[in-house]
Design a protein around this ligand. Structure first.
Ligand code: ATP
Ligand code: MG
Length: 102
């Protein structure tokens, strides 16, 4: 969020689908349509040299999928909608019951 904004993280149990859902929602600049398909690719970054490696989302994707989860995004830029711009990452992780019942 180069121009400031708020970041809200919420979680909920989706007991119907047996998933934990994590929403990471910001009111930042959003992700441009032409970048959306590339953000999980290693070394893809729109930051200046020295500011970002382009590995943050690649690593996040690897961790989440290793746990059998998924990451989805909803994003809207200021050009698309002046007021409600920002990005939400939605992580869904499967819930496993331990044998001890804990
Ligand atoms: N919440 C977000 N809002 C707007 N753009 C985002 C957001 N998250 C990621 N992006 C875009 O996706 C690109 C890739 O993100 P990623 O986290 O993989 O790398 P980075 O943030 O550029 O660098 P690093 O995380 O390695 O420091 C970013 O450069 C940015 O263009
Ligand atoms: Mg990053």
């Amino acid at each position: 969020m180069p121009n400031g904004g708020s970041l809200r993280i919420t979680t909920r149990l989706n007991s119907e689908l047996n998933l934990v859902e994590i929403f990471i929602k910001d009111t930042g600049v959003g992700i441009k349509p032409e970048h959306r398909r590339r953000i999980f690719a290693p070394f893809f970054t729109t930051k200046k040299v020295g500011e970002g490696t382009g590995l943050g989302l690649t690593v996040s994707y690897g961790i989440v999928t290793n746990y059998g989860g998924t990451i989805d995004i909803e994003t809207i830029t200021e050009e698309e909608e002046k007021k409600n711009h920002g990005t939400t990452f939605i992580i869904r992780l499967p819930v496993y019951k331990s044998k001890q019942g804990g």
